[in-house]
Design a protein around this ligand. Structure first.
Ligand SMILES: [Zn+2]
Ligand SMILES: [Zn+2]
Length: 444
């Protein structure tokens, strides 16, 4: 039988489609098998990192361990990126797009309370003070997960259509030697500033975060705004010192400070459109005065401003500034207001999120739920501002535990149920491969 050209073309594309679909299916099978096989090594690495946590920009041992493992895989490895970061590039044998996978490596000035054989005894220096250090945000898990992912994907190099870049970033929580001079050295921000995303330029970036209060192995995600922006608010109210029995002789910055705190509560409740996203303005510290019968010269306060939208964020800054300055003026005082932008909002690209949802479902065996907005912030936002990004949460609270009672991230009792980590490897590896195969015209 003579086949027409069209029929031939159709048959060929069908065969090609099946072959490619088979590649996608077989890549997932490979990932599943390898993730399981590598689990002992994954846990060993995670426990080693957990026992040796290091603060932001001091991740010396951690980045050496990471670089050593990546070099052993034969990848192109760059060290000392953004001070202590590591970047590795895996070039697949076939042409295709580029994806970036990110893990953060830093720990927190927190004293661990868990009774684990690999509990942290580490100390570090935080803002010139000696502190206990703990992986209280689970970045040890992220680093171990991405190292296993790199190993699995390197083993698939011969069939990989495209490039995978691994970002092991420092200082997600901020540097341990941060001086508020406007020179921010948050890891992701600095990596972007150093041009890490320029060569090779990824088409998409993926990251995950282990999360307390979510059942171990469950993935929570949301399209669009996911974590808040976080900006530092610093206020100095300048009055005029006098005897507290004769307040009319001076200008009382304490009373102005009290009015300022109350006034700031109206910025969100009266002046901000909360129909799309919530916002938060909180004051965390007040310092002023030395003695009960002296009205001091000045009062210092600090706080945080959080939002989920760039436009709302800028309006909040203007409203906060105006509220503080005008309240001070009404009391005859002066206010110096400094707002330092620390973290951008983390916004998941909606189209990328939709495209990768089947991958998340595969990775977590259908245990995927919608996440609420998170009031915390993440510097993954700086990567996701450059190219489409997706950042998901991986539950790490034991399933037999009351989720509402789990010690949250950053708490001294923060605990990772390690059974979830293999799901993290399935997630990161398949996000990369599914994206690469999907972008070469194959999707399941
Ligand atoms: Zn954290
Ligand atoms: Zn974190």
């Amino acid at each position: 039988m003579q086949l027409t050209r069209l029929t031939q073309a159709l048959l060929l594309s069908l065969v090609a489609g099946h072959a490619a679909a088979a590649t996608l299916d077989s890549s997932r099978e490979h990932i599943a098998a390898q993730a399981k096989a590598l689990e002992p090594e994954l846990l060993k690495t995670r426990r080693d990192l957990h026992a040796h946590p290091e603060l932001g920009n001091s991740e010396k041992r951690t980045s050496e361990l990471v670089a050593k493992q990546l070099k052993a895989l034969g990848l192109e490895v760059k060290t000392n990126v953004a001070r202590t970061g590591v970047v590795a590039v895996l070039k697949g044998a076939l042409p295709g797009p580029t994806v970036a996978l990110r893990a953060d490596m830093d720990a927190l000035p927190v004293k661990e309370v868990a009774d684990l054989p690999f509990a942290s005894q580490a100390k570090g220096t935080y803002l010139d003070k000696q502190v206990d250090v703990m992986h209280a945000c689970g970045h040890d898990a992220h680093t171990a997960i991405l190292l296993s992912t790199a190993k699995i994907l390197t083993g698939m190099r011969d069939t990989l259509p495209g490039t995978v870049v691994f970002y092991f970033q420092p200082a997600e929580e901020g540097p341990s030697d941060f001086i508020p001079d406007g020179k921010n050295t948050w890891g992701a921000k600095m990596m972007v500033e150093e041009g890490v995303m320029k060569s090779p330029k990824p088409d998409a970036v993926f990251g995950l975060h282990v999360w307390a209060g979510v059942p171990a192995g469950q993935i929570a995600y949301r399209p669009g705004a996911t974590l808040a922006s976080s900006d530092d608010l610093r206020i100095k109210i300048l009055g005029k010192q006098t005897h507290a029995g004769r307040p009319w002789d001076g200008i009382d910055p304490i009373t102005v400070g009290a009015q300022t705190i109350v006034g700031l509560q109206t910025v969100v409740s009266r002046r901000t459109d909360i129909s799309s996203y919530p916002s938060v303005v909180s004051i965390g510290t007040i310092n002023g005065g030395t003695r009960y019968n002296i009205i001091p010269e000045s009062v210092d306060m600090s706080g945080t401003i959080r939002s989920y939208d760039y436009g709302i964020r800028q309006k909040l800054h203007a409203d906060v500034r105006q509220t503080i300055e005008k309240i001070a003026e009404s009391g005859g005082a002066k206010a110096d207001v400094t707002i330092i932008e620390k973290y951008d909002p983390t916004i998941n690209n909606p189209a990328l999120t939709e495209k990768m949802l089947p991958t998340l479902k595969w990775a977590a065996k259908d245990d995927v739920v919608n996440a609420p907005l998170v009031g915390g912030a993440e510097d993954f936002s700086f990567f996701a501002k450059e190219v489409p990004g997706l950042f998901v949460f991986l539950g790490v609270t034991p399933r037999d535990q009351d989720m509402g009672k789990a010690a949250p991230n950053h708490n001294p009792g923060f605990f990772v149920d390690e059974s979830a980590l293999v799901v993290g490897v399935r997630t990161m590896a398949s996000l990369a491969t599914d994206y690469l195969y999907g972008s070469t015209g194959v999707s399941k």
